[in-house]
Write a protein that binds this ligand. Structure first.
Ligand code: NAD
Length: 246
């Protein structure tokens, strides 16, 4: 489905980013694994991707740092020869109630989640314009649509990502660069494994499909949006939330 395509997935050393990287590689795409934390984990993902028969390498960059990101994109284009798919996945949370939220907690979350997506999108756009084709997929969150107490910073960033998706989709449409977002709901991760039964039950009560999502559920939709099957879709945000927000 994606044979010969070259992809960059940000924050791909674990969690949803790792699942996306593996899914794209499963479809034949070469993948640059961006990371900012553990080099060993990024290397482990690279080795998993290589076992699937694609080219892969790790590349360190803070997505919110424009000069880091420009260098990263330069390196990818020089190694792969093109860049067809960008997945803006890197994200952090710094939860706190509004009255307790520090300026620094607000800034950090906006910088990584929103500015990071802007900086990476801008950095790949010239290359994709030259190619007259590209796919950009932003990982937002369902709380960017619904709001969520204790996450003013994260919700503002993710709502911003949805706005960025629509605007960049409109700006880049004539260049055949398609920009979409996915908005995951409650996804089963190491974090949710640690919740109490009571906390899990109250989460499930909000989900019509009565189960948490998986990283693979998110990766499947990203793969679809990156593929030829999504040729006529741009500017959309697809909810992957078991029907929680409709
Ligand atoms: P995670 O913490 O496991 O993964 C996030 C990754 O981003 C990590 O590898 C981290 O090192 C990387 N990262 C953080 N800051 C970075 C930076 N400045 N530059 C480069 N990389 C950076 O989290 P996850 O649950 O896999 O989340 C992935 C994405 O999905 C995030 O954007 C998150 O907001 C979104 N999301 C997650 C859920 C969920 O339930 N897990 C729900 C909705 C949306």
């Amino acid at each position: 489905m994606l044979k010969g395509k070259n992809a960059l997935v940000t924050g791909a050393s674990r969690g949803i980013g790792r699942a996306i990287a593996i899914e794209l590689a499963n479809q034949g795409a070469n993948v640059a694994v961006n990371y900012s934390g553990s080099e060993a984990k990024a290397q482990a993902v690279v080795e998993e991707l290589e076992q699937l028969g694609v080219n892969a390498f790790k590349v360190q960059a803070d997505v919110a740092n424009e000069s880091n990101v420009k260098e990263m994109v330069k390196e990818i284009v020089s190694k792969f020869g093109s860049l067809d798919i960008l997945v803006n996945n890197a994200g952090i949370t710094r939860d706190n109630l509004l009255m307790r939220m520090k300026e620094e907690e607000f800034d950090d979350v906006i910088n990584t989640n929103l500015k990071g997506a802007f900086v990476c999108t801008k950095a790949v756009t010239r290359q994709m314009m030259k190619q007259k084709a590209g796919r950009i997929i932003n990982v937002a969150s369902i709380v960017g649509v619904s709001g969520n107490p204790g996450q003013a910073n994260y919700v503002a960033a993710k709502a911003g990502v949805i706005g960025l998706t629509k605007t960049t989709a409109k700006e880049l449409a004539t260049r055949n660069i398609l920009v979409n977002a996915v908005a995951p709901g409650f996804i089963s991760t190491d974090m949710t494994d640690e919740l109490t039964e009571e906390q899990k039950a109250s989460m499930l009560a909000m989900i019509p499909l009565e189960k948490l999502g998986t990283s693979q559920d998110v990766a499947n939709v990203v793969r679809f949006l990156a593929s030829g099957d999504a040729n006529y879709i741009t500017g959309q945000t697809i909810h992957i939330d078991g029907g929680m927000v409709m």
